[in-house]
Design a protein. Structure first.
Length: 231
């Protein structure tokens, strides 16, 4: 008799549970259309990477580059090493004649002498008009990283029917990465890998074919022993 009475009560509790679950799902906050959501909670913020040209203008001289031009070129190369990516572009006016061409060639040679790889220096012409004395344009693409602004609004930490993290979760980490990254261009695109050591590769493959050890020989100076304790 008691078991028959419990059956309706069990059904009532089950129906009430299903209704409460449906109400909770219906009241869970939804993501507004167009709002960015990450794959994980820490990816809901992004870093904006922008670029603009960093250029200097050098007047062509028949006698070569002046001390002031060399100083400006050296400062440009230093900025390129710190925040640049891609080649350094040397532009000569199309109607500059032989003097402009010689000046652009001198700039190219000076860049290589300052440590810039020759394949990272590109030469191109630009429309400087018919007016004589158009400058040599030397520059590169300068990249900047801007992180998100955190803490401008906060969700409740205790009210989260959707079981989601706070709306600022991951913002500080993303902002710190944007502030500390050495070369913001790395966030825009992957940098090319340097070529391997072909000579070393042939040595290792030769040892492998002979069945010899391919690892580096042991350094005897790395051997160490614990001395006996004298009481």
């Amino acid at each position: 008799m008691s078991s028959n009475r419990r059956a309706p009560v069990t059904r009532i509790l089950l129906v009430a549970s299903i209704a409460a679950l449906a109400a909770a799902c219906a009241s869970a906050p939804k993501t507004p259309p167009g709002e960015r959501t990450g794959l994980t909670p820490t990816e809901q913020f992004s870093i904006a990477v922008t670029s603009h040209p960093d250029q200097i203008l050098l007047a062509p001289h028949a006698e070569g580059l002046s001390p002031a031009q060399l100083s400006a070129l050296s400062a440009l190369v230093e900025r390129w090493r710190n925040t640049g990516s891609g080649p350094i572009q040397v532009g000569a006016p199309n109607h500059g004649g032989g003097e402009a061409y010689r000046a652009a060639t001198l700039v190219q040679a000076e860049l290589i002498a300052m440590g810039v790889e020759d394949d990272r220096v590109t030469m191109a012409g630009y429309d400087g008009g018919e007016k004589p004395g158009a400058p040599i344009v030397v520059g590169f693409d300068h990249y900047e990283a801007k992180g998100p602004e955190c803490g401008r609004n906060w969700d409740g930490f205790t009210s989260s029917m959707g079981n989601k993290p706070n709306n600022n979760f991951g913002c500080a980490v993303t902002a710190n990465i944007a502030a500390m990254v050495a070369n913001p261009a790395d966030l825009a695109q992957a940098q090319p890998l340097a070529s391997g050591d072909q000579g070393r590769r042939e040595v290792v493959l030769g040892k492998y074919r002979q069945g010899a050890l391919t690892s580096t020989a042991k350094d005897d100076q790395a051997d160490a022993a614990i001395s006996s304790v004298v009481h």
